[in-house]
Design a protein around this ligand. Structure first.
Ligand code: A1D88
Ligand code: NDP
Length: 447
């Protein structure tokens, strides 16, 4: 049995769940990996010069054993997330440390501690097998998977699954990720595939859409409300393209920061009106490596006031980190919120705390999304209220180039990867719903 036979079953309209259950599984499959013996390959290089094309491999790997509560999924498509960029440049840490730590927790978790790491935290595909104790999903189900892996043995995570002490991001802190022909997930990661989308479109939103949902909309994040002025860094990027949609759909007023005309145009076409081109306007928040320039924060704040009719920011959607954080704290209004989920430009932030405490602002840390938030975020995609922001699609062989594009900020929105899917555009089940939203679905394509 080979991956080709699985693909044939997926492509046949007559395949039943019993057919999928009866398909023998292959002994090995193709997967995107990084190698443990290469973690030092970029030692001494600047972050920018670490090239994912050199560290990312396409290997044949053995099929992992299926455990209780788990599912093996035939992956039709996946997408590149920035966490795979971090993995491929071994920053801020090598992810093999995460796999070793996970491997020490149980006999079953030992499977994850391997000399190769199969990466990727998104997928759209078809369930092949489920482990003992899985009743809600069966072979043949068309699914997407969110990337929250939790054990839930501690009460700490019982109210908000992100607070589980054994919380991990699948395909980053666990093995057997989505950039592969077959992936291993916990069955609680599975959600119905939005039926009006192709495989690659369905695989694009997962991680970033769920993260933006918690960070901006959920009460666990900023709890955005109608009329809020929301400053969105990287508004046409992975996270930002969903944050912008949430702001618009929720009656808020996004102030979109981008770095080119083309990106400004995409934001405009989503419906945003207030747009700042940080490149054209030349903000320099840092005078040198250690000193920020409050005059530049003020210039940025004045620009925001021009765009809002004199109002300041209720919520900052932060992720660039060190480079922007001082400005983000400054431009937030009294009582406003800075919500952060990342530090792409550096994690040692500096800001003037007087502007935080004297103006009663709050900084909220946010990370991915709990089970329920991920489900709610996927539901919005399925209902056609929020749309994928897929720009370009690569083959599995070219994943290194795809990760390079994201690392170098050469992309827009999300970059997709075809895994088992032989071409783009397959997997659409509800053509009527698709036709209704086709312009929005294609907004980021080939820009
Ligand atoms: C969904 C997508 C998301 C993204 O894309 S996010 C972006 C990518 N992700 C990242 O860049 C994050 C990568 N991860 C990390 O950099 C590290 O992962 C962390 C900095 C988050 C954590 O560092 P670590 O060293 O892994 O863990 P420790 O919690 O510092 O534990 C080390 C030891 O320190 C002890 N410890 C923890 N807190 C305390 C405390 N408050 N007082 C005293 N000790 C403490 C622990 O127990 C443990 O100890 P023991 O080594 O013996 O097990
Ligand atoms: N904690 C979590 O759960 C999650 C964290 N992340 C993290 O968030 C970060 C962003 O992810 P994602 O949105 O997918 O990445 P993308 O690269 O797709 O988008 C980020 C955008 O941010 C802007 N940007 C980058 N650097 C700077 C800078 N120095 N100053 C201002 N703007 C900047 C760029 O837009 P432009 O050039 O147009 O301004 C870029 O397009 C990554 O570090 C990622 O690891 C992502 C998802 C989940």
């Amino acid at each position: 049995m080979t991956v080709k036979d699985i693909l044939a079953a997926i492509q046949s309209p007559d395949s039943t769940s019993e057919d999928f259950a009866a398909l023998p599984l292959p002994e090995s499959y193709r997967a995107i990996t990084v190698h443990k013996d290469e973690t030092e390959m970029f030692a001494g290089l600047a972050t920018r010069d670490k090239d994912p094309r050199k560290s990312i491999h396409l290997d044949d790997v053995p099929l992992p054993e299926l455990g209780p509560g788990e599912a093996l999924v035939a992956v039709m498509a996946s997408s590149v997330n920035y966490n795979s960029v971090w993995t491929s440049i071994f920053e801020p840490l090598s992810t093999f440390g995460f796999l070793e730590r996970y491997g020490r927790t149980s006999e079953l978790a030992k499977r994850h501690d391997l000399p190769y790491h199969i990466i990727g935290s998104d997928l759209a595909g078809v369930v092949l097998r489920t482990g003992p104790g899985v009743n809600s999903w069966k072979p043949g189900d068309e699914v997407v998977a969110h990337c929250l892996s939790v054990e839930l043995e501690s009460s700490d995570g019982h109210n908000d699954t992100m607070l589980d002490p054994e919380q991990r991001i699948w395909g980053f802190e666990t093995n057997f990720g989505g950039l592969a022909e077959i992936a291993l997930v916990k069955s609680n990661q599975l959600m119905p595939k939005p039926d009006h989308l192709s495989w690659e479109e369905a695989a694009a939103p997962g991680l970033v859409n769920s993260t933006a949902y918690r960070q901006l909309v959920s009460r666990n994040g900023a709890g955005m409300k109608q009329g809020d002025n929301v400053l969105i860094w990287g508004a046409s990027g992975g996270l930002g393209s969903y944050a912008t949609q949430f702001a618009l759909a929720g009656g808020a007023n996004p102030i979109c920061v981008v770095s080119s005309d083309q990106k400004a145009e995409i934001c405009r076409s989503m419906g945003a009106e207030a747009i700042i081109d940080r490149n054209a306007e030349g903000y320099k928040f840092w005078k040198d490596e250690n000193t920020q320039d409050p005059k530049e924060w003020k210039r940025f704040g004045k620009r925001i006031r021009e765009l809002t009719g004199g109002e300041d920011i209720d919520i900052v959607f932060e992720h660039p980190g060190r480079e922007t954080f001082g400005a983000s704290v400054y431009v937030t209004r009294k009582g406003g919120t800075i919500t952060t989920c990342a530090s792409t430009s550096g994690y040692m932030h500096q800001y003037d705390n007087r502007y935080l405490w004297m103006s009663l602002k709050r900084i909220i840390g946010s990370h991915f999304a709990n089970y329920r938030e991920a489900w709610e975020a996927n539901r919005l995609i399925a209902k056609g209220k929020i749309h994928p922001t897929l720009s370009k699609v690569y083959s599995l062989e070219d994943t290194g180039q795809a990760a390079y594009d994201v690392h170098r900020n050469l992309h827009q929105g999300k970059v997709g990867v075809l895994c088992m899917a032989p071409e783009e555009g397959l997997g659409v089940r509800d053509h009527e719903k698709r036709a209704k939203h086709i312009d929005a679905i294609n907004r980021f394509r080939n820009v």
